[in-house]
Design a protein around this ligand. Structure first.
Ligand SMILES: [Zn+2]
Length: 237
């Protein structure tokens, strides 16, 4: 199976596609433009426009087989017929805000080098939970470090590596904060040049300057060992 469009071209906003399946609550296309909910990142929204008009897409999820991507149409909408050609279009401002926030969370994990126990990506905001023990977090210090990292304007790139290549390069695993899942044959790595390398399946911006200013909006205690750190991005870049 070829790589989904949301991974191969995260800046693609629309595409021509064919309807593979259409039934109440489920729309399947032959091109994967919409990101399905996963890894803390919400499913894409947008619209699918066919000869008979447009259908609003309110969410995107994986089917129970964990492979088929389901676009969730607005309730009661008239759906295009299987086999028909459509234009699929993302709610781009929302997707782009999530790409910026998702990439900013990678930087947060660089600024705070502790094991990450959870996280969530929102629109131009997000949070990570850290297993940081008794370490005290200083909001101003974290913000200053995030500002410094964004100012490097490092490139964000992705590459695939096979399990065998990974095993042959133990140094690679050492540079990664999250141990990649083995067994599926290959792993997708996201690299922020000189700063970060980790397995990730989400959507990211291409350069750190696209993130803009990051504000730390909250540091909460989550149990004895955990701290939750919330960030928010400025609207203008
Ligand atoms: Zn990521």
């Amino acid at each position: 199976m070829s790589e989904p469009l949301f991974r191969a071209e995260p800046y693609a906003r629309e595409t021509e596609a064919e309807i593979v399946e259409a039934s109440p609550g489920r729309l399947v296309l032959d091109v994967a433009l919409f990101y399905p909910r996963g890894g803390g990142q919400p499913g894409d929204r947008g619209e699918v426009v066919g000869a008979g008009g447009g259908v609003a897409i309110t969410d995107t999820v994986y089917d129970v087989d964990r492979k088929t991507i389901l676009l969730v149409p607005a309730e009661g909408a008239a759906l295009p017929s299987p086999g028909s050609r459509v234009t699929a279009r993302l709610d781009w401002p929302t997707r782009y805000a999530r790409m910026r926030a998702h990439t900013a969370l990678h930087l947060l994990s660089v600024a705070l080098p502790f094991p990450v126990t959870g996280g969530s990506v929102g629109e131009a905001e997000g949070r990570l939970d850290f297993d940081s023990g008794e370490t005290a977090f200083e909001r101003a210090e974290i913000e200053a470090e995030l500002t410094r990292l964004v100012a490097t304007d490092a490139a964000v790139t992705t590459r695939w590596i096979t399990d065998a290549e990974l095993e042959a390069n133990p140094g690679l695993v050492k540079t990664m904060k999250v141990k990649p899942p083995m067994g599926s044959g290959r792993v997708r790595l996201v690299e922020i040049a000189g700063l970060d390398l980790q397995p990730c399946g989400g959507t990211h911006v291409a350069k750190l300057s696209e993130i803009g200013r990051i504000e730390v909006t909250g540091i909460e205690k989550k149990g004895k060992q955990n701290r939750r750190v919330r960030i928010k991005l400025s609207e203008d870049i």
